[in-house]
Design a protein around this ligand. Structure first.
Ligand code: NDP
Length: 313
């Protein structure tokens, strides 16, 4: 990716004084680099009279969602964009949300629209996501963007978390071409789009991809032969070191809360990978937190600035 910052692939991720193990893939640093690139592109667009605009719509009071939305608004403003959040009560009828989406679709100062999930139970998420104009669907969940991703059309938007994983691999110089990539998880927001990204031809892709799920007969058989394992399972520390081929790259998308009375909040965050045992055999590994997590918002901003560039207004 010309003009983008690459992270030194070896030597930098190991902490001094610790036992040798995998290089840590630093998602905080890569996300910062992506956000700096986005800020530079935002400044260039503003010089042409275009201010990229991201509007997030949240329905209800879920504390975790409220916190994600605040982070998204803050990050977009820090990048120089117009960041806005629209808040609706949990009782709002779906028609009200749809009317807001229609207004945002028609507003030329809004380039990206994101409806925070989960929606309240009385709303139908599939209908809501189809209401967003595909050209403003920076979350990449509209079927038009899902189709473009699969076909390999570059003007669509890929979902931010798998796009962030691909960005980490590229910026760490991890070659995916011809490599055995095993993805554990087949959700529409992570596993399936991850596979769609990595089977494309071209830089950061060209992988030989296997997708595993809860019906996979012998999970370890697949993960053990992988050059790159991507875990998006939602089960704390399920993928252990003995399931990983020595020297493999391990990407942990999982974010799970586990009880920990010794932690100030009474819990701590762990991934879907058992970090210590996997780190001992892998060549590279993402920590949780601080690996894939920070990439999601960075890629949302990257999608938004491209939406603004593509809209050209
Ligand atoms: P989902 O629950 O939607 O999907 C989980 C997938 O894992 C399913 O395909 C499921 O299979 C599969 N699975 C479950 N148990 C097993 C098993 N024992 N063996 C093999 N496969 C299994 O989760 P998401 O994709 O939404 O999220 C995955 C993880 O990533 C979660 O921890 C989530 O918190 C995290 N996440 C992190 C993000 C970030 O920003 N870093 C963003 C989004 C998610 P099946 O389809 O058969 O049920």
């Amino acid at each position: 990716m010309p003009g983008e910052t690459r992270v030194q692939a070896s030597g930098t991720g190991r902490e001094a004084g610790t036992t040798p193990g995998a290089v840590l893939i630093d998602g905080v640093a890569v996300a910062k680099a992506v956000r700096a690139d986005v800020a530079a592109e935002t400044a260039a667009l503003k010089a042409r009279g275009i201010t990229p605009g991201l509007t997030v719509v949240i329905v209800g009071e879920d504390p975790a969602s409220q916190s994600y939305v605040r982070s998204k608004e803050k990050a977009s403003i820090e990048a120089g964009m117009k960041g806005e959040t629209i808040r609706l009560p949990a009782s709002a009828p779906q028609a009200e949300l749809e009317a807001i989406i229609d207004r945002l679709n028609a507003d030329p100062s809004v380039h990206g629209i994101l409806v925070q999930s989960p929606l309240p139970k009385h709303m139908d998420a599939n209908t809501v996501v189809r209401r967003i104009a595909p050209a403003k669907d920076v979350d990449g969940f509209h079927p038009v963007n899902v189709g473009k991703l699969l076909i390999g059309e570059k003007d669509g938007f890929a979902p931010c978390t798998p796009a962030g994983v691909q960005e980490l691999l590229v910026r760490y110089g991890i070659d995916t071409r011809g490599k055995e990539v095993v993805i554990v998880g087949r959700s529409n927001i992570v596993g399936k789009p991850m596979a769609a990204l990595l089977i494309q031809s071209g830089a950061g892709a060209d992988g030989t991809v296997t997708v595993c799920h809860s019906r996979t007969r012998d999970l370890a058989f697949h993960t053990k032969r992988a050059d790159i394992v991507i875990a998006a399972i939602g089960r704390p520390e399920m993928l252990t070191g003995d399931m990983i081929r020595p020297g493999a790259v391990v990407i942990d998308v999982g974010i799970n809360r586990v009880d920990d009375p010794s932690a100030s909040k009474g819990y701590r965050l762990v991934g879907d990978v058992h970090f210590d045992s996997a780190r001992a055999v892998a060549s590279h590994i993402t920590p949780v937190p601080g690996g894939v997590g920070p990439m999601t918002i960075a890629m949302l901003l990257k999608n938004t600035v491209r939406a603004a560039r593509q809209a050209g207004v």
